[in-house]
Design a protein around this ligand. Structure first.
Ligand code: PAF
Length: 280
């Protein structure tokens, strides 16, 4: 497996693969890879001749008060996981490689970025769309893989690809959970033992809400109220949002009459965690 640090190296390698008629899959990540990322890489390996995993903690998707400096990093372990899972290349650029040379162009979006994480983190998706756009241009993948754990991000990327006529398929992959239900996240490493237990309130609320809808509840307010009450009962939890939106447009909705995304963002101590489910 190759470790590339420059855009030039990636472009040269991809050009050679394409010359050989090989298909290319891309798994964009910020590293500190876990089984959630690994499930994306595995799927990409089954669907493409060559897979590139980008490992880049993208500074422009973090607000000044967020965890850019402390975000966990372990390139050696990431490369081992990628190699063992069948990736052909890890792309690990420095920030200077991505945003040097007087960088001033950003990809911005309205609509799908208005609610949920877009409301709490107003500059976040501009950073995500910009870096993902750059990665698409550098790697020119046939397919790119994103987890449903970041469901709004998946909707945003799909929208961007459709709106800007990008020539690739966006593949969404299911949430991977710990045995006790907690959605896998690189940020779980921030949790103390006590907070780790408290964090289970997110998946408990998600499972309860999902069951209500599967059992026939059509009133979104009732589902959100039940989930909110469960989370509020956990002393270490502070709700950022508990919301229901239409899955295609990410517009707030209160009635379940089509696919809806029910998403939560909750601080456990200082750590902000997210979880969600899609149901109809
Ligand atoms: O989901 C992530 O890890 C990041 O938002 C992404 C898509 C790699 C862009 O930096």
């Amino acid at each position: 497996m190759k470790l590339a640090r420059t855009v030039k190296e990636v472009k040269e390698q991809v050009r050679e693969w394409k010359r050989q008629g090989l298909s290319v899959g891309l798994v964009p990540t910020m590293g500190y890879l876990h089984e959630g990322h690994q499930s994306l890489i595995k799927r990409a390996v089954t669907e493409n001749d060559r897979v590139v995993v980008s490992v880049f903690v993208n500074p422009i998707q973090f607000a000044p008060n967020e965890d850019l400096e402390t975000y966990p990093r372990d390139l050696e372990a990431d490369c081992a996981l990628c190699e063992n899972t069948g990736a052909a290349m890890v792309f690990h650029p420095e920030a200077e490689e991505m945003y040097g040379d007087g960088f001033t162009t950003f990809v911005d979006m309205t609509g799908v970025t208005k609610e949920l994480c877009g409301k709490s983190r107003p500059t976040h998706f501009r950073g995500v769309c910009t870096v993902v756009n750059k990665l698409f241009n550098i790697v020119t993948p046939d397919r790119a893989y994103f987890g449903q754990k970041d469901a709004q991000q998946l909707a945003v990327i799909r929208r961007m690809v459709r709106d800007l006529n990008m020539n690739l398929e966006v593949v969404g992959c299911p949430i991977i959970r710990e045995a006790d239900g907690l959605a896998k996240s690189s940020r779980n490493t921030y949790l103390s033992a006590e907070e780790r237990k408290a964090a289970l309130v997110l998946s408990r609320a998600v499972f309860a809400g999902e069951k209500m809808i599967r059992d026939g509840e059509r009133d979104g307010e009732k589902v959100l109220a039940a989930m909110t009450a469960m989370i509020e009962a956990e002393p270490l939890a502070r709700i950022d949002y508990v919301e229901m939106v239409k899955w295609d447009s990410i517009e707030i909705c209160h009635q379940i009459d089509g696919p809806v995304l029910t998403a939560v963002a909750v601080y456990i101590g200082k750590t902000r965690l997210i979880d969600n489910f899609i149901a109809e």
